[in-house]
Design a protein around this ligand. Structure first.
Ligand SMILES: Cc1cc2nc3c(=O)[nH]c(=O)nc-3n(C[C@H](O)[C@H](O)[C@H](O)COP(=O)(O)O)c2cc1C
Length: 355
C-alpha cells in the first residue's frame, strides 16, 4: 500500500487503541507503549496508528492518555516511532481532542470499563452546551477558542512529524470534538460554525487545512470519521461520502471509516458491519484517497474478500490484535503463505515457521 510515496509492506493496519496507562499523567509514552507497539510491528502489521493522543491537556479522554501538546513529549514518541519502524511497520499517530467526552476517570486501579462520566473540575469544551449522557455539560467554544484549537492541532501535528511519524490521523470519529462539530446532534450553533452541513464542516476543514500545511508534502494525512451516527437526525453515510470529497480537496490522503459514538444508538454490530460505509466513501472519492475499513473483521478470508471486492484499500484490526499481536503472520499462513519469506516474519523467528 503506497501513500504519498510511502509504501507499507501490506494492507493491514493496527487502528488507534487507547491504553490509558500514562501513570505520571504527563502525556509521555511509557515502557508499556514501547513494548506494545514494537510487538505488533514485529507481528507483521503494515501500518500502525498509535492511540488517540491529545493536542491539549484538557482534550485528553482520561488523565492517563498520551499527549503531544508540548515539546517535552516529542522524545518519548520518537522512541515509539523507532520501535515501530524497527519492526518493519509504517509509524502513524492519531491526534485528537475529546470535546464533551474528555476527562473521564482513569482505568486505575484495575476497573474494566471505568471510564464513565466526567472528572470533577475538568475543563470541557464543545461546539454547544449539550452534554453526552452521563457526562458534565460542556462550555460552548467561542471563536477565539476555536482558533486556539485549530492551532493546537497544527502544533501537535508538527511535533508528530518531528518525532518521525509518517501518517497523521485526525480523530474525527466516535463523538469527540471534530465529530461533535460535524453532527447536528451535538452542534447546535447559530454562527458560521454550525447550522447546515457547510457550517458544521467549517471547524473540521480548518483543522485539516492547518494540519496539511503543518506536516508538509512528505507526510500522509488521514482522518478517521464516524460515517453515521446510527440516528435518523444525525450524520448519514451519504452526507459523509459527500464530505469525504471535500476532505480530499483539502489534502486528505486516507479516510479511516468507523461509525457511532456521538449519541447512544442501536448499532447493528456484526462481522464487518462498517465495511458498507467504507465502500460508500471509497466509491465517492473514486481513487482520490484510499479508504481503511474497520470493525469486527476477524478472519483473513473476510479481510481478503473486502480488499478483493473493492470495499476498502486496507483493513484495520483492533481487538483481535490485542489478543494476538502476531495476527498478520497467522493470517498470512491462513491465506497460504508457506515459506518464511512469504510473510513478514522477523528473521529471528524463522525457525518457528517450519517443523
Ligand atoms: C481498548 C480500545 C481502545 C480504543 N481506542 C481508540 C482510539 O484511541 N481511537 C479510535 O479512533 N478508536 C479507538 N478504539 C476503536 C478501535 O480503533 C476500533 O475501531 C474498534 O475496536 C473496532 O475494531 P475491532 O472490531 O477490530 O476491534 C479503541 C478500541 C479499543 C478496543
Amino acid at each position: 500500500m503506497t501513500m504519498r510515496g510511502i509504501t507499507a509492506r501490506n494492507r493491514l493496519w493496527l487502528p488507534p487503541m487507547c491504553m490509558y496507562c500514562v501513570e505520571a499523567a504527563d502525556g509521555v509514552p511509557t515502557d508499556w507503549h514501547a513494548v506494545h507497539y514494537a510487538t505488533r510491528a514485529q507481528g507483521g502489521f503494515g501500518t500502525i496508528i498509535v492511540e488517540a493522543t491529545a493536542v491539549t491537556p484538557e482534550g485528553r479522554l482520561s488523565p492517563m492518555d498520551l499527549g503531544l501538546w508540548e515539546d517535552a513529549q516529542v522524545e518519548g514518541h520518537r522512541r515509539l516511532v523507532e520501535a515501530i519502524r524497527a519492526g518493519g511497520s509504517i509509524p502513524g499517530i492519531q491526534l485528537g481532542h475529546g470535546g464533551r467526552k474528555s476527562g473521564t476517570p482513569p482505568m486505575r486501579p484495575r476497573v474494566p470499563g471505568a471510564r464513565q462520566g466526567t472528572l470533577e473540575g475538568w475543563e470541557l469544551w464543545a461546539p454547544s452546551p449539550v452534554a453526552f449522557p452521563g457526562h458534565a455539560v460542556p462550555t460552548e467554544l467561542d471563536v477565539a477558542g476555536i482558533d486556539r484549537l485549530v492551532e493546537a492541532f497544527a502544533a501537535a501535528a508538527r511535533r508528530a512529524v518531528e518525532a518521525g511519524y509518517e501518517v497523521i490521523e485526525l480523530h474525527g470519529a466516535h463523538g469527540y470534538l471534530i465529530h461533535e462539530f460535524l453532527s447536528p446532534l451535538s452542534n447546535r450553533r447559530g454562527d458560521g460554525y454550525g447550522g447546515d452541513a457547510q457550517g458544521r464542516r467549517r471547524f473540521p476543514l480548518r483543522v485539516v487545512e492547518a494540519v496539511r500545511e503543518a506536516i508538509g508534502e512528505g507526510t500522509v494525512l488521514d482522518i478517521r470519521l464516524s460515517a453515521t451516527d446510527w440516528d435518523e437526525a444525525g450524520l448519514s453515510g451519504q452526507e459523509t461520502a459527500e464530505f469525504a470529497q471535500e476532505l480530499v480537496g483539502a489534502g486528505v490522503d486516507v479516510l479511516h471509516i468507523s461509525s457511532g459514538g456521538n449519541v447512544p444508538a442501536d448499532i447493528p454490530v456484526g462481522p464487518g458491519y462498517q465495511l458498507g460505509l467504507a465502500a460508500q466513501v471509497r466509491q465517492a472519492v473514486a481513487g482520490g484517497a484510499q479508504v481503511v475499513g474497520v470493525g469486527l473483521i476477524e478472519d483473513a478470508s473476510q479481510a481478503e474478500q473486502a480488499l478483493a471486492t473493492g470495499q476498502a484499500d486496507a483493513i484495520a484490526v483492533g481487538r483481535a490484535a490485542l489478543r494476538d499481536p502476531y495476527l498478520p503472520l497467522r493470517w498470512a499462513a491462513d491465506l497460504g503463505a508457506k515459506a518464511w519469506d512469504e510473510a513478514p516474519w522477523p528473521i529471528q523467528y524463522w525457525r518457528a515457521t517450519w517443523r
